[in-house]
Design a protein around this ligand. Structure first.
Ligand code: BGC
Length: 379
């Protein structure tokens, strides 16, 4: 009888617990409505001098953070490359000096009343090692446990842990296993904090749709939205080669406008890709259908979602076309109650990148009015 009673209790207790934790994750997701990525600070430092003290303490200034706050953002996604902190076979021993710089950045963000996602954002070579070697997965989980434990005393309403940016795993089922292991390590280090998980590859909507949620209810699920890359990555010199020939490709798409851009492509195969963009009905309606599938997935599993990268490269795009796409994605996400985080704050190299600010190496960054307006924030 006692056994029967405890079995009944278990039967009823588990769904209740799961529900209360999942509403905890949903409540936490409400702190992540309008965000901006902070890149090139603790990750993606391509200056040959690397991750120096000067860079880590000076790249983003208190004025930048104050600008982010005053524009109306509520959180930032801080990309962190684990490599400068990860010691071979001693990944649980975090180097105190480097960690001190990261603490300084996190403190500066929190002091301005912004929540922060600690987004593990290594280079592709690091991710390739996770694809190939179980031993490296184990080391990375030791590292994550230590990082999570280090930040476990920080306010869980304000500090979030994102397992891995764009995993680049072609094998979605291996990624499911690796993600589960890393999430468990984070949970051991920080029992109260909310974890951000994502699908394999580039964490696109497709990658989310094949994911089965983790056996941990305190998780927000993330996807990235750059569709179609032919438009959002026009002018880019990374990713797919033909993008760098494109310039002023219009949004919403039309065949007539695409023809002009296709003519700039020296390769016939790539001319066809650009023409297809013109024919593929890329407009607010299409974006609504695509993001709608992610929203359906979240509803099906009863888990909260966030979209923590979307944006358009500025170099070759027309500012108004770019603003229209940002506006359509942002309002679609808001319509589905999904929080967003744009890529990104800004690149100091040319003051543009995907940025929400205009900046230069010398002067302070200033908000780019067209982008701020497309994001529906204060002008
Ligand atoms: C990558 C960046 C890239 C951006 C847009 C990010 O996830 O880390 O290097 O600029 O996506 O392509």
């Amino acid at each position: 009888m006692r056994r029967l009673v405890s079995a009944c209790l278990l039967f009823f207790a588990i769904p209740t617990l799961a529900q209360s934790s999942s509403s905890l994750a949903a409540r936490r997701a409400a702190h992540l409505r309008h965000g901006i990525n902070l890149s090139e600070w603790f990750a993606q430092v391509y200056d040959p001098k690397g991750y120096t003290k000067e860079h880590l303490v000076g790249w983003v200034t208190p004025d930048d953070i104050a600008l982010i706050k005053s524009a109306g953002f509520d959180h930032v996604r801080l990309s962190v490359n684990p490599e400068p902190m990860m010691r071979h076979n001693m990944a649980d021993h975090l180097p105190p000096e480097y960690l001190g710089y990261l603490d300084g950045a996190v403190k500066m963000i929190l002091d301005h009343g912004l929540a922060v996602i600690i987004d593990m954002h290594p280079e592709s070579e690091f991710k390739a090692k996770l694809v190939q070697h179980d031993d490296f997965v184990e080391q990375f989980s030791d590292f994550w446990r230590a990082i999570a434990q280090h930040y476990s005393s920080y306010d869980p309403e304000m500090v979030y842990f994102e397992i891995l940016n764009e995993p680049e795993f072609r094998d979605r089922y291996r990624w499911a296993g690796v993600q589960g292991k890393l999430a468990a390590a984070i949970r051991e280090g920080a029992p109260q904090h909310t974890i951000i998980a994502a699908g394999a590859n580039w964490s696109d909507v497709e990658d989310l749709l094949v994911l089965t949620p983790l056996p941990d209810a305190n998780v927000i699920y993330n996807f990235h939205f750059y569709d179609p890359h032919t438009f959002t990555h026009q002018g880019a010199t990374w990713g797919t080669n033909y993008w760098h020939f494109e310039s002023k490709l219009a949004y919403p798409a039309s065949l007539e406008a695409a023809r002009k851009v296709a003519a700039q492509e020296p390769d016939a195969f790539n001319r066809l890709q650009v023409l297809r963009y013109g024919l593929d009905h890329w407009d607010g309606n299409r974006i609504g259908v695509e993001i709608g599938q992610a929203a359906e997935w979240g509803k099906h599993w009863n888990v909260p979602l966030t979209c923590n990268e979307f944006g358009v490269y500025r170099r070759a795009s027309d500012p108004q076309d770019r603003a229209r796409w940002i506006h359509d994605v942002r309002t679609t996400l808001e319509g589905y109650g999904i929080g967003w985080n744009m890529w990104d704050f800004g690149a100091r190299d040319n003051g543009m990148g995907f940025g929400v600010v205009n900046g230069s190496k010398e002067g302070p960054n200033t908000a780019d009015e067209v982008t701020v307006q497309a994001l529906g924030l204060k002008r």
